[in-house]
Design a protein around this ligand. Structure first.
Ligand SMILES: Nc1ncnc2c1ncn2[C@@H]1O[C@H](COP(=O)(O)OP(=O)(O)OP(=O)(O)O)[C@@H](O)[C@H]1O
Length: 608
């Protein structure tokens, strides 16, 4: 089974159902709220659907009349003529076609527009959620779940809902019509048909669950193939060919036994359809034929009756499926609403207020005061313990220490991705929690380790640091970042497309674009996460020169992995196990006998 199909199935299985209870109705009401803005169109969609469904009910009736008229040879009144009846039939089809057109267009418009609202709202919510929300969810899982949930809602709004209403109209309308034709035959029909429809739905559902189970077994078996072929060297090295063949065979056997069970159910289903369902039609036919014999019904009425019965039967049969679709859509709505209920960060979204915030400037003095922190997702592990140190405005501070010491966490706290559990972080003499969040983050820029460029032009990627920046500003930033050198050599210059489907840039080039972005945003506080992979010496020189330009006059926090790059900084904070182990300049720290920094740099110089 291809991988995609497996994920689709997972996503499909992921869409949960909700039982019919008060919660179901509440959630259905919530879903309906999204339709409200389009209520006029929705109302017309319902009307056109009702009319076209009712027009559909004319067909069996006129067919019966046509037969009666042909058989009795009577030509009484306008409706007695075969020609007129045929005209009526055609007319009803024409009208039905006319109304169906509007019904389908209107339903799609209403459902797609309301769904776009749900999508927009969900996305706007997601991007504003705090990092803590993302910390314990895998992004892939989140997006696939949301897309499965939204697709489910979309299918339901666009198709299932209108189908449900249509089938309901046909069933009720059909029952009323056959009731007036012959209530006796209607009662006979009702005593056998719903039961048959129920049994076939139950068997059908059983077959579907078992087929899915069989597909899972096959997928399990195929995983063996995939794994072993990917790691075929391992299989051979351990001489495990025989073992793997047996493992695959066991998987296949499980699949075969499940699929054979499915085959039995499927066979039973077909037999049931042939005998059960058709004999119930025979019962209705037999009773109807007797009524015709006794003169209680005409041949035409019986024909109409049987046609209506098939309509009603089909409607009844579709309810189970439609209901389960609705259940899933309600489940999906509930989960989307769970996300919508999460508390968002107080970021400001309006462009004008962002502009206003931009004119607000801080000098960039930072102090950590007894800061302790645990990640909300791992509350038992203290990551930062009682961290205190100060950085003057415009100073450079390097954060060094073994992997996992808490360097990145410290920077995350400064950006207010998380709140400290104890202590406070002071910027320009004020607790960072007292700043408007967007204003604070506007004063910071980060050059991360893994630079992700968005699908778009280089110009757009640089402008991300200051949306709406002029071409001159972008050019100036690129020059300071030593990025203009390579950008202007591309045939398309700043319009060169980068990102997943664009030009591939080297690590050093990407870093210089990120630096240009940071220069453009003109922050007071800079956060640099040094790339671990080393660049060639020319690239390294250019990136260093760009960084020098960037750091000029800004408070800079440098997460340093290579100690050689931080010799000249004003302050080095050495972290170990979430604590400040030592603080000082390069020379001060090297002078410390048994110092951690001294030891770390000795190891690194040995390696270099
Ligand atoms: N989102 C998270 N949720 C839970 N724990 C986390 C999270 N991020 C990091 N940690 C844990 O916090 C500790 C500190 O991690 P952090 O990334 O701050 O270290 P670091 O010093 O930057 O390491 P490195 O140099 O390897 O990047 C580690 O034990 C890590 O497992």
């Amino acid at each position: 089974m291809p991988k995609r199909a497996i994920t689709d199935e997972v996503a499909e299985a992921d869409v949960k159902r909700i039982k019919l209870n008060k919660k179901f109705l509440d959630e259905a009401g919530e879903l309906f709220k999204y339709i409200l803005p389009y209520k006029t169109k929705f109302f017309f969609a319902l009307i056109t659907m009702g009319v076209s469904s009712l027009l559909g009910l004319i067909f069996p009736y006129v067919t019966g009349e046509l037969l009666d008229s042909a058989l009795s040879g009577k030509h009484e009144g306008w409706l007695g003529s075969i020609d007129n009846l045929t005209i009526l039939l055609l007319l009803s089809l024409l009208l039905q076609a006319f109304f169906s057109f509007f019904q389908s267009v209107l339903f799609v418009e209403v459902s797609e527009r309301s769904l776009a609202d749900i999508r927009r709202e969900t996305y706007a919510q997601l991007v504003r959620l705090p990092m803590a929300f993302f910390a314990h969810r895998r992004v892939g899982e989140l997006t696939s779940r949301i897309s499965a949930d939204l697709t489910q809602i979309q299918d339901t709004l666009a198709i299932s809902l209108s189908q449900l209403l249509r089938q309901l109209t046909i069933m009720i309308g059909g029952l009323i019509l056959i009731g007036t034709m012959s209530w006796k035959l209607t009662l006979i029909m009702l005593s056998v048909f719903p039961l048959m429809a129920l049994v076939s739905v139950i068997i059908g559902r059983k077959i579907r669950t078992m087929s899915r189970e069989a597909q899972d077994r096959l997928a399990d078996a195929n995983i063996v193939v995939e794994e072993t072929l990917q790691g075929v060297m391992n299989v051979k090295a351990f001489a495990n060919e025989g073992y793997e063949i047996r493992r695959y065979n066991t998987g296949l056997q499980k699949y075969i036994s499940t699929i054979l069970r499915v085959a039995k159910y499927r066979g039973a289903f077909i037999s049931f359809l042939i005998f059960g369902l058709f004999s119930s039609i025979v019962i209705v036919l037999w009773s109807g034929a007797r009524f015709v014999q006794q003169g209680e019904m005409s041949i035409g009425d019986l024909t109409s009756f049987l046609l209506y019965t098939t309509f009603i039967g089909a409607a009844m049969g579709s309810f189970a499926d439609l209901y389960s679709q609705l259940q899933k859509a309600i489940g999906a709505t509930e989960r989307i609403r769970e996300i919508l209920r999460e508390k968002t960060e107080p970021v400001s979204l309006e462009h004008s207020s962002r502009e206003a915030l931009r004119s607000f400037k801080i000098s960039g003095a930072v102090a950590f005061k007894n800061v302790s922190f645990r990640y909300p997702s791992r509350n038992d592990v203290p990551v930062l313990k009682n961290i205190s140190f100060e950085v003057n405005a415009g100073e450079r501070v390097a954060l060094v220490g073994p992997s996992g010491a808490g360097k990145s966490t410290l920077v995350s706290l400064l950006q207010r991705f998380y709140e400290p559990n104890a202590g406070e972080i002071i910027v320009d003499g004020k607790n960072i929690l007292d700043y408007p969040l967007t204003a604070l983050r506007n004063q910071m820029a980060i050059v991360p380790q893994d630079i992700i460029l968005f699908g778009g032009s280089i110009r757009e990627n640089i402008a991300y640091g200051k949306p709406g920046a002029s071409d001159e500003e972008i050019l100036d930033a690129a020059k300071k970042a030593h990025a203009d050198e390579f950008i202007s050599r591309f045939p398309d210059g700043y319009n060169t497309f980068v990102g997943e489907r664009g030009v591939k840039l080297s690590g050093g080039q990407r870093q210089r674009i990120a630096i240009a972005r940071a220069i453009l945003s003109n922050p007071s506080i800079l956060l640099l996460d040094e790339a671990t992979s080393s660049l060639d010496s020319e690239s390294e020189r250019l990136v260093q020169a760009a960084l020098e330009n960037l750091m000029k006059g800004r408070t800079s926090f440098i997460i340093a992995h290579r100690l050689s790059t931080v010799r000249d900084v004003e302050k080095i904070v050495v972290l170990k196990d979430g604590e400040v182990h030592e603080i000082g300049t390069h020379h001060e720290l090297l002078a410390k006998e048994d110092g951690l920094y001294k030891m770390l740099s000795a190891i690194q110089f040995d390696l270099e």
